[in-house]
Write a protein that binds this ligand. Structure first.
Ligand code: GDP
Ligand code: IMO
Ligand code: MG
Length: 422
């Protein structure tokens, strides 16, 4: 396959950054197609850790063309800050049709959350929901307009007036147009040289038969349409989202690699049937360093859930799985895997669409033996202890998708490719 999507199969933070960076060594192009700086993608190269939020995870490979496509929402301040941290040469293009996150978006994000009380989503407060809301309401500001100073001035003036009215309804401090304009025109100057029509660019690169990775943010369970609504983000991380959000034909996407954590984590609110608490959850959280890359929040921990993975396979399509953080399970005597749910006395193998039903499902588990030996240095599937091999085989069988690769530590070189799919 020459054009594949890196999809998070759970609730985000599966290790998409790491897998994208690894596969980028064999690619020509890496494209981020949705989300904004709500994402936090970690790449570790020779013990040096990079946290990427907006920039594609190919940015640390000097030969790769990186694209921020039209489906993204871009906070210019965060963009400039992140760019300034990249000290190696890079190639980057930003879509003129992507949307801009402006200072009123995070403020409204917070105001909506506060107004919801206990029903809050637990967003990242980065303004992602309000920025996509404006896109759909057709009052968003796009990158192409943002980098045209004259047009930006006039649009921003009108928008700040409109949004100050909304902020006043939530009793929030109002924003000053002049100071935002003065600050953001400088960010626009930094962004301008990277801006182009990335749909035209991508179609040209496909014409040249370049190898392309489409890097999803979040995970399918956070998809606006197919996730655990309303506890979701405001875009779609599925493979189906790629054509629309990059401006290429659907049939040019050749496959998807589903990045799957060897257990489950979630940040923010909403149901998580296999959630565990207490000592074991604490052990996994500390061993896997399960704290949000973007917000620092401790991640909720649960057993691997294959109902979720079959759902992801169904709504997104998965050619192979990339199982990450397998090393974190070393030393646990018994490992559980969710095989189905019970709802009102009935065994089910799907995600109920209504969140109140999903909150009531009870998971059914199978129990597998764990392994004790350190696996962080293994270089092949064959070197794994038999219990770890069995764990991977069971996942593959239950989901009906081959394991294409797995990973046993955060570093780029702790990644093992089993199938030569890219
Ligand atoms: P993403 O949002 O999907 O890119 O994932 P994050 O970067 O938010 O979270 C994944 C975390 O797990 C990061 O801290 C990674 O460095 C780390 N990680 C990735 N793969 C492995 C692995 O195989 N083993 C261990 N121990 N850590 C890993
Ligand atoms: P990566 O790309 C994990 C979660 C938030 C919240 C919900 C909505 O690193 O996997 P939002 O700010 O998007 O409106 O928040 O989605 N969320 C993520 N959780 N990883 C992410 O990204 C996430 N991006 C958003 O915690 O529950
Ligand atoms: Mg993350």
């Amino acid at each position: 396959m020459r054009r594949i999507v890196v999809v998070g199969t759970q609730w985000g933070d599966e290790g998409k950054g790491k897998i994208t960076d690894y596969l980028a060594q064999r690619a020509d192009v890496v494209v981020r197609y949705q989300g904004g700086n709500n994402a936090g993608h970690t790449v570790v190269i020779n013990n040096q850790k990079y946290s990427l939020h907006l920039l594609p995870s190919g940015i640390l490979n000097p030969n790769i063309i990186n694209v921020m496509a039209n489906g993204m929402v871009i906070d210019p301040k965060a963009f400039c800050q992140e760019l300034s941290k990249i000290k190696t040469p890079f190639k980057l293009f930003v879509s003129n049709r992507a949307h801009i996150v402006l200072p009123y978006h995070p403020k409204l994000d917070l105001a909506y959350e506060l107004s919801k009380g206990d029903a809050k989503i637990g967003t990242t407060h980065k303004g992602i929901g309000p920025a996509y809301t404006d896109k759909v309401a057709r009052i968003g500001l796009r990158v192409g307009t943002f980098v045209n100073e004259n047009r930006f001035y006039h649009h921003l003036k009108e928008l700040v007036e409109r949004k100050n009215y909304e902020l006043s309804l939530y009793k929030q401090p109002l924003l000053d147009f002049e100071s935002i304009f003065a600050e953001y025109r400088e960010y626009a100057k930094v962004m301008e040289p990277f801006v182009c029509d990335t749909s035209i660019l991508l179609n040209e690169l496909i014409e040249q038969d370049k190898k392309i990775l489409f890097e999803g943010a979040q995970g399918v369970l956070l998809c606006l349409d197919h996730g655990t609504y309303p506890y979701v983000t405001s875009s779609s991380p599925t493979a189906a989202s790629v054509p629309l959000n990059t401006g290429i034909a659907p049939w040019l996407v050749e496959g998807a690699i589903g990045v799957t954590k060897a257990y489950t984590t979630r940040v923010g609110s909403g149901p998580m049937p296999s959630e565990i608490e207490g000592e074991l959850a604490h052990y996994i959280r500390e061993t896997g360093r399960e704290y949000g890359t973007t917000t620092g929040r401790p991640r909720r921990i649960g057993w691997l859930d294959t109902v979720i993975l079959r759902h992801t396979k169904c709504v997104s399509g998965l050619s192979y799985l990339a199982v990450t953080l397998l090393d974190v399970l070393t030393g646990i005597d018994e490992l559980k895997i969710v095989t189905s749910y019970n709802l009102d006395g009935q065994e089910i193998d799907y995600l109920p669409s209504d969140i109140e039903d999903y909150e009531r499902v009870m998971p059914n588990y199978m129990v597998l033996p764990g392994w004790k030996t350190d696996i962080s240095q293994v270089k092949s599937y064959d070197e794994l202890p038999k219990e770890a091999k069995n764990y991977l085989d069971v996942i593959s069988n239950l989901v009906g998708v081959k394991i294409g690769m797995f990973s046993v530590g955060p570093d780029r070189n702790q990644t093992i490719m089993i199938e030569p799919f890219f």
